[in-house]
Design a protein around this ligand. Structure first.
Ligand code: ATP
Length: 450
């Protein structure tokens, strides 16, 4: 009997009542992993898509499951199982605003689907573009979208992003049991600090020492108890064992993911190529001194042949002080996503990180020193030169002095505090890595009930 390759993409399942796409994916993955006619070829892939999409709930996450099936009967069976799991889930965690969508793709991922997936990481994808891709995939694809098709954009993009090479990371997520969702999470915070110390360099953003907050624990009423992110499956499994939990756990699962890789930042050659909802990295020259606006935010203009407003917001705290030190003429690489313009402001790049490439000279002008007594002179009136208040000396010969002021910024990169980090943002101390994934690396079990 021959094996059939199947990719299952899931998105738009979140609910304010406790549901989330990864949770549904884990329920399905657990059931599939119990079957003898199903073989997983990868960890569930958790793909964080464009974080600037207006209708995302939290981190714009979509999930792809990639499996081999033993024969046609198994295929029909699995498709039926997934659809009924979805029905059950959306009945349990209803959200009228959402359009849960499952995409089943048989066979290999064509190159054009990979390109589509890559674009969905940094750009806005109209639904008709996604549906054209579905049309092109023809008989290889089946869509299950009982409440509207918007989720197809993300489900399809999750399948397209295979992350077979390049930078990727892992996350081990522990899920709460139904009766605990919405209640305070019972995790020993000291154990998170201990885990962070024991796994430093191998795990990512466990604890924010600045605010004294654990970053592995989400805040909302979702089913995630904690999520440990790291470089390898063994790293996140080891780290998770160090966390002391005081409530029951329903499932644990290891995901392979693009989190903390900056994969959403599309390098663009010119500001002229940037449009709303796009996430970019671009280099330009600071054209105006950053100014504070209402709410404690900071805005400056960045230009090359075109210009864009760049904003840093109040919650980024000390990051605003860094940005406030910029001077016209500085050349910087700015990273972030573009918010569309409104009646009051133009399209604005919401700054996520900044690297200073060149610093302009900052100068101030001052009145000259008195050549007789050495004190600072003052103006004697328009066109009348300077006078010394201390010894009475007057002159029209001397001009103002121009003094270079030392800059407080270095030619380096700066980032906001960790508590404002989006899932996909790479902390500066995590270097991008060139990894290659092969199915033989899959450690079993990758989804289990503890
Ligand atoms: P969570 O991270 O908690 O799973 P979420 O932030 O992923 O929640 P969703 O409820 O999944 O939010 O909604 C995201 C919606 O945006 C989906 O309908 C998805 O199809 C769509 N979407 C994803 N990426 C893009 C994109 N690049 N362009 C347009 N729409 C997108």
């Amino acid at each position: 009997m021959s094996w059939i390759r199947l990719h299952i993409g899931l998105d738009d399942v979140d609910s304010p009542l406790g549901g989330c796409t990864t949770h549904l994916a884990v329920r399905i993955a657990y059931k599939l992993s119990q079957r003898s006619d199903v073989e997983f070829t990868d960890y569930p892939n958790l793909i964080r898509l464009n974080p600037a999409v207006p209708w995302k709930t939290r981190g714009n996450g979509a999930v792809a499951l990639r499996i081999l099936l033993r024969g046609e009967a198994a295929l029909d069976d699995v498709v039926g199982l997934v659809e009924s799991e979805v029905e059950e889930y959306i009945a349990e965690y209803a959200n009228p605003k959402h359009q849960p969508s499952i995409v089943f793709l048989e066979g290999d991922v064509p190159e054009y689907l990979g390109a589509y997936g890559g674009k969905a990481l940094y750009d806005f994808i109209p639904l008709d573009y996604a549906l054209r891709i579905v049309g092109k995939l023809g008989g290889a694809v089946k869509v299950y979208a009982p409440r509207g098709k918007r989720g197809v954009i993300g489900s399809l993009a999750a399948i397209g992003n295979q992350m077979l090479s390049g930078d990727y990371t892992y996350e081990l997520i522990a899920y709460r049991t139904r009766e605990y969702i919405g209640k305070p999470r019972m995790v020993d915070e000291d154990s998170i600090v201990e885990m962070d110390e024991a796994t430093r360099g191998r795990t990512i953003l466990n604890y924010d020492y600045e605010s004294g907050r654990p970053l592995v624990i989400p805040r909302g009423p979702d089913p995630v108890l904690y999520g440990v992110r790291g470089e390898t499956p063994l790293d996140v499994i080891e780290a998770s064992k160090l966390i002391r939990v005081l409530e029951p756990i329903e499932y644990m699962a290891v995901f392979r993911t693009n989190q903390h890789t900056d994969s959403h930042l599309k390098p663009v050659g010119s500001i002229c190529d940037v449009h709303p909802y796009m996430c970019v990295r671009l280099t330009g020259v600071v054209a105006s001194k950053p100014r504070r606006i209402q709410g404690g935010h900071l805005v400056f203009k960045l230009c090359d042949d075109c210009c864009i407003d760049v904003a840093v917001y109040e919650p980024t705290k000390h990051f605003r002080d860094v940005v406030g030190e910029l001077e016209p003429g500085d050349r910087v690489e700015a990273m972030g996503c573009v918010r569309p313009g409104s009646r009051t402001h133009g399209a604005t790049l919401n700054l996520e990180k900044i690297c200073v490439k060149e610093l302009s000279k900052k100068t101030i002008t001052r009145n000259p020193l008195c050549p007789v007594c050495g004190r600072r002179m003052e103006s004697a009136g328009r066109g009348k030169g300077f006078k010394c208040r201390h010894c009475g000396f007057r002159t029209t010969e001397l001009g103002k002095e121009t003094i270079e002021v030392p800059r407080r910024l270095g030619k380096e990169c700066y980032q906001p505090p960790f508590h404002v980090f989006k899932h996909v943002m790479r902390p500066l101390d995590r270097m991008p890595r060139g990894k290659v994934f092969t199915p033989s690396e899959l450690i079993q079990p990758f989804v289990w009930k503890p």
